[in-house]
Write a protein of this length. Structure first.
Length: 155
């Protein structure tokens, strides 16, 4: 095959052999991260695991509660409007709190003091409907747990 034909096909034989050599060399190189047995992984994990779990439960139960409220809206019933509003606020706050806690942010304690207020409002509103609607009761319970975890780190 002429050099012109090799170039026309996109890759010369020399380039192919050099590329194969590079792949083989990389495959034989030990993973420096795997070799470091003394590497401290604790700095890569959050110190707020229970708060992260609590916010994730709030988000899960809040999504179900909001969907429940939207079902009422589709039927023309706006009785759950305040519940939907408080859940929407809680979802935004808990999502932010979960991320900041996961990142071990220096602002996590400050945000936790706001998050517990938002969760208190949501818990109060969901408790108004808890006897009739299981999803509201579940959301209120999750908010209560999140409030407890936020208090542990709040500034």
């Amino acid at each position: 095959m002429s050099e012109y034909q090799e170039q026309k096909s996109g890759m010369t034989r020399r380039e192919m052999l050099m590329g194969a050599g590079a792949v083989l060399a990389a495959a034989g190189t030990p993973n420096v991260f795997a070799m470091d047995a003394n590497h401290d992984h604790s700095m890569h994990t959050s110190k707020h695991k229970s708060l992260i779990e609590a916010t994730l439960h709030c988000i899960r139960d809040g999504d179900a509660c909001l969907d429940h409220c939207l079902g009422f809206f589709r039927q023309g019933d706006t009785a759950m409007a305040d519940c939907a509003t408080s859940v929407t606020h809680m979802l935004a706050m808990c999502s932010s709190m979960q991320k900041m806690a996961s990142y071990n942010s220096k602002y996590a304690a400050e945000l936790a003091s706001v998050c517990l207020k938002v969760c208190k409002d949501c818990e109060k509103e969901c408790n108004k409907h808890a006897k009739k609607h299981a999803v509201c009761a579940a959301c209120a319970r999750s908010c209560k747990e999140c409030i407890k975890e936020c208090k542990r780190i709040a500034a």
